[in-house]
Design a protein around this ligand. Structure first.
Ligand SMILES: NC(=O)c1ccc[n+]([C@@H]2O[C@H](COP(=O)([O-])OP(=O)(O)OC[C@H]3O[C@@H](n4cnc5c(N)ncnc54)[C@H](O)[C@@H]3O)[C@@H](O)[C@H]2O)c1
Length: 339
């Protein structure tokens, strides 16, 4: 889905790039997609593409549970890697990938497209240009009504690595944390369940799933604590009983500013009165396209990745801790490698 809708059109729009291989185990799909996008070769084996010295970049859009292994293979073969989210399932894996990329002087970027969202960029820029003050709380919500992605790469844990916390949670946690200035995470607590997905009579818009074998969460609720006192709470669902088909809202509460996404509003107090700004984003390019364009640019120009993989490895540590907390039923520390 994401390869055909976003990544391949993104690469094909770049005059400096050619797509040389498609790696896809489903042979019929591989042939169809290769023909659709004019890709000269396709194979079910990543190794075939990695052995081609002409290949400089590998763009991974496979199911989430395969990302870390495929990224490692590609970096070890000397390729630059753009990988869809999530980066990995554990902080240890994620930081190893960063180390591998840095040692081999390869670029590594994860497709956190909300870092290229026009409103998010405008919020970050506005806060950078003013006295940001201190944020003390963020509430992040991404709640879908009937949008459980029923493909195997999402509903079978051995392929997906997790459910809605991994799918939507990485975006919400990262956006909340990035706009708040990336403080050091301290502790995590979460509650996960798949009560609706397992009921058997609940149907979604995005295909049907076997409620008896669904082994990932469709609902996630929880909180992260950070150094300096910031609290980030999140609410995530693929199957929420709610009015909206899709509901996204992140709200930051600080001592100088309040902020709202995706509405793009900033709130403050000036001379004793409430004061509000409606941001007018200047970027118009689609965020997913910018992921590919900006990654290509960093490879070609030898620049730093616009989404630093160290930061996304830290997000991975937060998500890993949230899963651990849900299993244990209590708050747990976020464990980061000692630097
Ligand atoms: N950033 C975003 O907005 C966004 C949106 C959608 C999906 N994604 C991510 O992209 C990834 C793919 O999601 P999707 O919705 O396109 O899934 P999808 O199920 O539509 O496509 C995944 C493809 O990977 C193939 N595949 C399975 N095993 C493979 C292997 N070993 N090597 C190569 N290909 C393999 C599958 O056959 C399938 O064609 C997921 O990790 C998801 O989290 C990100």
């Amino acid at each position: 889905m994401i390869a055909c809708q976003e990544h391949l059109p993104g690469w094909l729009s770049l005059p400096q790039a050619r797509v040389l291989w498609l790696v896809e185990p489903e042979q019929k799909r591989a042939a169809k997609v290769a023909a659709q996008f004019g890709i000269p070769r396709h194979t079910p084996r990543l190794e075939d593409a990695l052995a081609d010295a002409e290949v400089q970049v590998v763009d991974i859009c496979a199911p989430s549970g395969l990302h870390a292994r495929m990224t490692r293979q590609a970096l070890q073969a000397g390729k630059h890697v753009l990988c869809e989210k999530p980066m990995a399932l554990s902080a240890a894996e994620a930081f190893q990938l960063v180390a591998l990329a840095r040692q081999g002087q390869r670029k590594l970027m994860i497709g956190h497209h909300l870092r290229f969202d026009p409103v998010a960029l405008a919020l970050v820029q506005a806060l950078q240009e003013s006295d940001r003050g201190q944020f003390h709380a963020v509430r992040a919500q991404w709640l879908r009504k009937r949008r459980l992605p029923a493909r195997p790469g999402f509903v079978r844990r051995e392929l997906s690595g997790g459910g809605v916390l991994l799918d939507l949670g990485v975006h919400m946690v990262d956006l909340a944390w990035w706009v708040a200035g990336c403080p050091q995470p301290v502790a995590a607590s979460a509650s996960l369940n798949n009560r609706l997905g397992r009921r058997g009579d609940v149907q979604g818009e995005w295909g049907s799933w076997d409620s008896r074998t669904l082994d990932v969460e469709d609902f996630a609720w929880g909180q992260l604590r950070f150094e300096g006192g910031l609290l980030v709470s999140f609410e995530l669902s693929w199957l929420a009983l709610q009015p909206e088909e899709e509901f996204q809202r992140v709200q930051w509460f600080g001592d100088r500013w309040g902020a709202l996404w995706p509405a793009g509003r900033l709130f403050a107090h000036r001379r004793g009165r409430p004061w509000e700004v409606q941001l007018a984003p200047t970027h118009v390019e689609k965020p997913h396209r910018l992921v590919v364009q900006r990654f290509a640019q960093c490879v070609l120009q030898g620049e730093a990745e616009p989404v630093p993989p160290e930061q996304i490895a830290t997000v991975t540590a937060m998500i890993e801790a949230l899963y651990r907390s849900a299993r244990q039923g209590n708050e747990v520390p976020v464990e980061l490698p000692r630097s």
